[in-house]
Structure formats: structure tokens, C-alpha cells
Write a protein that binds this ligand. Structure first.
Ligand SMILES: [Zn+2]
Length: 166
């Protein structure tokens, strides 16, 4: 059997073109959910660790992965879901954090070890992505999606989303 003349790096760059279904400025590789790529002849298996349940939509991602990798010449594309270790917002690429901020979403604070208690996370000040003011208030634990919280800047009065750490 003749394999596909595509390297694992080529597969990663194809995957880097797949945007997160909910945050188009970052890709699924930026999010850090692509955990592995294995090429076997004309087949490829991609391991993905989902973020929050249904956030982003895993089904849409699977279809996009299959579509793009078939376009590279693979006859078979398998998307494997790995639930452990659980995805963490710490896996988001540093460059992607900047793009999130420019998009108007405050990137998640790093989660340090076992220090993931909710109260603690929300007691930290969240700076406004527009004016940088730390004079902000949380309006709701849920923003435009369940994985974000809705904040408002008390200086420029603009509401914004905060990507909750996990
Ligand atoms: Zn502001």
C-alpha cells in the first residue's frame, strides 16, 4: 500500500486552519485540544480532548477535521476523543491569548496546580480588554456561552466576556 505523502507537521498545519466554532479568531490547535496525530498508510487518526461539554461543539470540529484531512489525500480519517487528562485553559497557546484580548475576550488566568477553587478565581481582578482598567464587575457567571463569564468595565462602561479558567 502506498501511503499519503503528507507528514504529521502537514496535518497539524491543516488543523491549524480550523477555527474554534465559537471563537473564530483562534484555531483548534491554538486551543490546545489536538493531542496527537498518527498516520498509518492512507489513514490518519487525530486525538482531540474536548474543552467544556458542548463548548466548543465537538461534532462540528470532527466534521471539519475529517473534511480537511480528506482534502490532504487521506482515505480514512478517524477522530478519537481522549477525556484524560482533562483539557485546561492553560493549554491555550500564548499567541492565541493575545488574539482573544484583541477580539474583546479576556483570556483565562493561568490555573496554578490544585488552586482551582472558583471563589479564588473570581476574586482576582479582571482587566477590561478595551481600556485596561481593573475597575470591573461581574454581571453574570455566564456570558455569550457557558464557558465565559460576562463582565462590565466601570470606567468605559463596556461589557465584555471573560474566558473562565478550567
Ligand atoms: Zn474599560
Amino acid at each position: 500500500m502506498v501511503g499519503v505523502a503528507v507528514s504529521v507537521a502537514d496535518v497539524y498545519s491543516a488543523l491549524a486552519g480550523i477555527p474554534d466554532p465559537e471563537i473564530p479568531v483562534i484555531s483548534i490547535t491554538d486551543l490546545g485540544i489536538v493531542r496527537g496525530v498518527a498516520i498509518d498508510g492512507d489513514s490518519v487518526e487525530v486525538t482531540i480532548t474536548p474543552t467544556y461539554s458542548g463548548c466548543p461543539a465537538m461534532h462540528a470540529i470532527e466534521e471539519d477535521v475529517a473534511h480537511r484531512l480528506r482534502a490532504l489525500g487521506f482515505a480514512g480519517v478517524k477522530v478519537r476523543t481522549a477525556l484524560a487528562p482533562a483539557w485546561s485553559t492553560d493549554w491555550i497557546a500564548p499567541e492565541a491569548r493575545e488574539r482573544l484580548r484583541e477580539y474583546g475576550i479576556v483570556p483565562p488566568h493561568p490555573v496554578s496546580g490544585a488552586d482551582t477553587h472558583r471563589i479564588h478565581l473570581f476574586s482576582r481582578s479582571i482587566a477590561c480588554p478595551r481600556c485596561g482598567s481593573e475597575n470591573t464587575e461581574r454581571l453574570s457567571e455566564f456570558g455569550s456561552t457557558a464557558c465565559k463569564a460576562l463582565y462590565r468595565c466601570l470606567d468605559c462602561r463596556e461589557p465584555f466576556d471573560y474566558f473562565k479558567p478550567l
